[in-house]
Design a binder for this molecule. Structure first.
Ligand SMILES: CC(C)(O)CC(=O)SCCNC(=O)CCNC(=O)[C@H](O)C(C)(C)COP(=O)(O)OP(=O)(O)OC[C@H]1O[C@@H](n2cnc3c(N)ncnc32)[C@H](O)[C@@H]1OP(=O)(O)O
Length: 257
């Protein structure tokens, strides 16, 4: 399938989506939202794919929602279109998605990265929620997800001052899982995705679901959910294979069953 605003390549069991509006620093317009969601849904349906990486350019993962597309819209335009709600489809993707962030991840760019399952940052990455400088506030989840990642104090600081956080601070604050040299960012993200894709797909999906559940429920309910899902994994052939392979001192051969 051809996309207008992204490049899509398959590398073995990994889907790689590259945001591709370089002249606008990958500003996220409605077309890009449609393209990214469609590509993710295609990878979700593709049985050969075990994990997905989303990346941008060296200068910008994405410099935010497209201000030029938005700025003339009225309240009723935004409300009736439920503007940005198209991104919610990303949350229904069950396969893991890694954001590989180089350069600017601002506003909607930071929010898109946070919608992924984890973020690997290049050492040149800069994160921010600068909406306050435009007279608005985050609208793709920044005020909620950033607060969960980095805590109230830093999230307030970022949203109220609009300042950027560099890669080192982002790692220290828990926003990103690791920082790597910008030159090797995509390779490192692909390596992580290949590792995930080498495991049992149902086990991967259940791990993702359980970690995400911790954001939505109490500790008691989350622990109960984890135990039930863990028990259910003993119905998988891949559980037998994984544990037998350990005992036999050989590599497991997972069949996603
Ligand atoms: C989703 C919500 C609700 O949360 C809201 C948002 O996301 S609002 C957007 C938040 N993002 C920003 O406010 C960042 C805006 N961009 C910048 O501040 C700067 O571009 C920069 C600091 C990231 C980089 O500066 P510089 O290197 O000087 O490049 P520029 O010349 O400014 O940009 C190059 C080119 O890209 C266009 N651009 C950049 N960001 C956006 C954007 N968010 N929307 C639309 N277009 C953007 C910029 O206008 C330039 O294009 P031309 O004007 O030269 O055609």
């Amino acid at each position: 399938m051809a996309y207008e605003t992204i490049l899509v390549e398959t590398r073995g069991k990994v889907g790689l989506i590259t945001l591709n509006r370089p002249k606008a620093l990958n500003a996220l317009n409605s077309q890009m939202q449609e393209d990214v969601v469609a590509a993710l849904q295609a990878y979700e349906a593709d049985e050969t794919i075990g994990a997905i990486v989303i990346t941008g350019s060296e200068k910008a993962f994405a410099a935010g929602a497209d201000i030029k597309e938005m700025h003339q819209k009225s309240y009723i335009d935004m409300y009736m279109a439920d503007f940005f709600s198209g991104w919610d489809a990303m949350l229904r993707i069950r396969k893991p998605i890694i954001a590989a962030v180089s350069g600017y991840a601002l506003g909607g760019g930071c929010e898109l990265a946070m919608m992924c399952d984890f973020i690997i940052a290049g050492d040149n990455a800069k994160f921010g929620q600068p909406e306050i400088t435009l007279g608005v506030m985050p609208g793709m989840g920044g005020s909620q997800r950033l607060t969960r990642f980095v805590g109230k104090s830093k999230a307030m600081d970022m949203c109220l001052t609009g300042r950027m956080m560099d890669a080192e601070e982002a790692e220290r604050s828990g926003l990103v899982s690791r920082v790597v040299p910008a030159a090797t960012l995509v390779d490192e993200a692909l390596k992580a995705a290949e590792k995930i894709a080498s495991f049992s797909l149902p086990a991967v999906l259940m791990n993702k679901e359980a970690v995400n559940r911790s954001y939505e429920t109490t500790l008691t309910e989350g622990l109960r959910f984890e135990r039930r899902v863990f028990h259910s994994m003993f119905a998988l052939e891949d559980q037998k294979e994984g544990m037998e392979a350990f005992s036999d001192k050989r590599a497991p051969n997972f069949r996603n069953q």
